[in-house]
Design a protein around this ligand. Structure first.
Ligand SMILES: [Zn+2]
Length: 398
């Protein structure tokens, strides 16, 4: 049954569609004008206008002159697909997702903040997020614990995790296993085996938090299947992805070859050290994805925001196109919820991040207090989500 209100709204939607075709009527809802569009999904890096209608990208061309309800001046700025951050802890606070959105993040994953016991809390925040937001369930049923998520092996509870996923198939996008010695201790291998047991019964990926494990990395990598993700890929020894001579471990290369993805996971302690990142990049082993490991506390130190994290890899010599790819199209590829996102191709949902690439002297700090100075830094400037400009009041101070 169609009630009157549904009929009226369907009729007005149809009229809006027709009116777009009439001379003099507004053709687009929003045109982002004059920015440098960097869209690695289409190997595009050029000055373009981006036209949006009905929440979707409808044209990416030079000098779009048709009438638009609103225009956004992006001259001198970068216009990139909405950023996708696959490792955050944004569901820890109710406003986490909105804060990330103001940084240009239009898709995010909370990576294991909660386990089976309190997954409903994380899911409630993810559901009310303005952008696409999903969670990874921590295999440790109590979530992240200061004394170590799975130091007590009984917390890696397969039945509890399966039951939680069964109740929330639409919101749980994978399983997180944190494996460092201060998190899982000597249980790392068994914890990962159990995470895999849970994930494979739902055909979901596992994300492992690598670095400083008791088990050798190759032993852990052997348990990973195509589509699984290794976060904190630049963690220093013990159990780094490179050996003392600076060579990538053959098991790491083999894991990538069979479809395991390698992710940054910036964070604040123990994960990122400049010399390791430099050696890994020099060896030609580029990250598949960037992620911030964002927490509310990290907004003032090291992480700051996603564009700042991306800037560190400009400093380390990656091109702007590669840096944007790691934060957009490559990340979208990992989770079905982001299908058709991470791109500005015509027909895609109109999620757009406008960034400012400033020149100057910018200090970046790794997780070990080492400081380096870069000559360029990206700052969030404006965000468009599903064709709508995110309120300026939410935009962060530069
Ligand atoms: Zn994390």
């Amino acid at each position: 049954m169609t009630n009157r209100r549904q009929f009226v709204s369907a009729a007005s939607a149809a009229f809006a569609g027709i009116s777009r075709g009439l001379a003099g009527a507004t053709k687009y809802d929003l045109v982002v004008k004059g920015g440098r569009v960097v869209d690695p999904s289409r190997k595009l890096n050029a000055i373009r206008d981006v036209a949006i209608a009905d929440g979707h990208i409808v044209a990416v061309e030079a000098n779009i002159s048709a009438d638009a309800a609103e225009t956004m001046d992006a001259r001198g700025k970068l216009v990139v697909p909405g950023l996708i951050d696959i490792h955050t802890h944004a569901t820890r606070t109710a406003d986490g997702p909105a804060l990330c959105l103001a940084d240009g993040v239009t898709g995010l994953i909370d990576a294991g903040s909660q386990g089976a016991d309190r997954i409903d809390q994380a899911i409630a925040v993810a559901r009310s997020a303005p952008q696409q937001c999903r969670v990874l369930i921590n295999i440790g049923r109590a979530g992240i614990l200061p004394e170590g998520d799975t130091m007590d092996l009984a917390r890696a509870d397969v039945t509890a995790a399966r039951e939680a996923i069964g109740r929330n198939r639409d919101m749980i996008a994978g399983v997180k296993a944190r494996l460092s010695r201060d998190v899982a201790g000597p249980n790392d291998f068994e914890v990962l085996r159990r995470a895999q047991e849970v994930a494979s019964s739902f055909n979901l990926p596992v994300m492992i938090h690598m670095g400083q494990t008791l088990s050798p990395l190759p032993k852990l990598l052997a348990l990973l299947k195509p589509g699984d993700i290794v976060t904190h890929m630049f963690a220093p020894a013990p159990n780094s992805i490179i050996d003392e001579a600076g060579h990538i471990l053959p098991e790491v290369t083999a894991a990538r070859r069979r479809g395991v993805r390698f992710d940054l996971g910036n964070g604040r302690t123990g994960h990122l050290r400049w010399d390791i990142a430099e050696h890994v990049l020099k060896a030609g082993f580029l990250p598949d994805t960037f992620s911030t490991d964002w927490t509310p506390e990290a907004r003032t130190t090291q992480v700051i925001n996603f564009p700042n994290v991306m800037s560190k890899f400009l400093m380390l010599g990656m091109s702007i196109d590669l840096v944007v790819a790691c934060a957009t199209v490559n990340a979208a590829d990992l989770f079905p919820v982001f299908r058709n996102r991470g791109t500005l191709k015509v027909g895609a949902p109109a999620d757009v991040a406008v960034l400012e690439l400033r020149e100057g002297n910018f200090e970046f700090v790794d997780n070990f207090e080492n400081k380096r100075t870069g000559s360029r830094r990206l700052f969030p400037s404006a965000t468009v989500l599903a064709g709508k400009r995110v309120a300026a009041s939410a935009a962060p101070a530069a």
